[in-house]
Design a protein. Structure first.
Ligand code: SAM
Length: 234
């Protein structure tokens, strides 16, 4: 009697990084992968970035439909569809990879990640900054006390810090106030990198005390550089 093997449908999902905004930062493999997809799911901004490459069905993620659409992605992949999840920047830094992994724990889903250029990399490049030893923080999903305490500790130690603010609850001004209120020197050099790679890109060089009174585009990254000296070699 021949052995009978039960076939379990394994869904394969590809998560593609769409880069920070400009078409010039979209990789050829990201475009090719999206062109081949029968279903592309991503936030409106990510879908717009690769609009001309999307040939299949596209579905826009919103704060309300994330779980529903990611479940739909898995079901569609199990049915044999080529499915792409499109994330801005790199999927692994505050992107769709984390969201998808927490949803798919213990499920038979094969994930392939196509990396993208992260806004974090562009920020470091614009500031001519090596980020080997930098502390990275993302407050994009909100700022809890534990994470804020870790940020404060790193700032007090004078570490280089690159962080994604939360545009609503923890924007750059609130971050600066939080740090100075808790003993970090108000003269600490800070850079805010807005709308990176886009036509309205702006790099603001300032200090914590000045930033605490300013407002910025929601698309921004903040870099704290305690040891930065104006005009000095980086
Ligand atoms: C959901 S996170 C996505 C980050 C993305 N995965 C990456 O690697 O760049 C969105 C946040 O990233 C930052 N961001 C993304 N694109 C940016 C850009 N072009 N310029 C400045 N900040 C950007 C902003 O802080 C924005 O609120």
């Amino acid at each position: 009697m021949g052995k009978h093997k039960e076939r379990i449908a394994v869904a394969k999902i590809t998560i593609v990084g769409a880069g920070p905004g400009s078409p010039e930062y979209i990789t050829p493999i990201a475009r090719r992968t999206v062109q081949k997809a029968q279903l592309v799911i991503g936030a409106e901004r990510a879908l717009n970035m690769l609009q001309s490459d999307i040939k299949g069905e596209k579905l826009a993620l919103t704060a309300k439909n994330v779980n529903e659409l990611l479940q739909h992605a898995i079901i569609s992949a199990k049915e044999g569809k080529t499915v792409v999840l499109l994330s801005t920047g790199d999927p692994g830094f505050s992107g769709l990879l984390g969201t998808f992994l927490s949803l798919t724990q213990a499920r038979s889903v094969e994930i392939e990640v196509i990396p993208g250029v992260s806004a974090l990399q562009v920020c470091a490049a614009r500031l001519c900054m090596c980020w080997d030893d930098a502390y990275l923080f993302s407050f994009h999903k909100g700022a809890d006390n534990e994470k804020k305490a870790e940020l404060l500790e790193a700032a007090k130690k004078g570490k280089d810090i690159i962080l994604l603010p939360d545009p609503k609850s923890f924007p750059p001004a609130e971050i600066a106030k939080f740090l100075t209120d808790n003993g970090v020197d108000g003269k600490t050099p800070v850079f805010v990198c807005e709308n990176l790679t886009l036509n309205n890109e702006r790099i603001i060089s300032s200090t914590l005390e000045e930033i605490s009174t300013m407002s910025f585009s929601s698309l921004c990254i903040l870099a704290l550089r305690s040891s930065y000296k104006q005009g000095a070699k980086q």
